[in-house]
Design a protein around this ligand. Structure first.
Ligand code: SF4
Ligand code: F3S
Length: 104
């Protein structure tokens, strides 16, 4: 599956949800995740993210994020409609340490 990674935190552009053919995105307060059992690996969401926060789980070092996507997708609500991004999204694009400071 594809996974949402750290740079989604506090950026949350939600362009990704509009293109997913199986609506497998789930929404937390500060980021989205992909349900790994529902994702059909089509890859169309990856280039849609302005923050480059989506990657295939075949990329190295994403184990932590795959687990987090799987865990959170069980409890967070589904999101399939784009919504306005946070006003300060740009400021947070690429900021280090977002997971420790803002994950929710
Ligand atoms: Fe949805 Fe395809 Fe992205 Fe998986 S890879 S989350 S199925 S758009
Ligand atoms: Fe996050 Fe990118 Fe989607 S910032 S909400 S993964 S478009």
């Amino acid at each position: 599956p594809y996974v949402v990674t750290e740079n989604c935190i506090k950026c949350k552009y939600t362009d990704c949800v509009e293109v997913c053919p199986v609506d497998c995105f789930y929404e937390g307060e500060n980021m989205l995740v992909i349900h790994p059992d529902e994702c059909i690996d089509c890859g169309v969401c990856e280039p849609e993210c302005p923050a480059n926060a989506i990657s295939p789980d075949t990329e190295k070092g994403l184990e932590k994020w795959l687990k987090l996507n799987a865990d959170m997708a069980k409890t967070w609500p589904n999101i399939s409609q784009k919504k306005p991004h946070p006003a300060d999204a740009k400021e947070f694009d690429g900021k280090p340490g977002k997971f420790e400071a803002y994950f929710s």
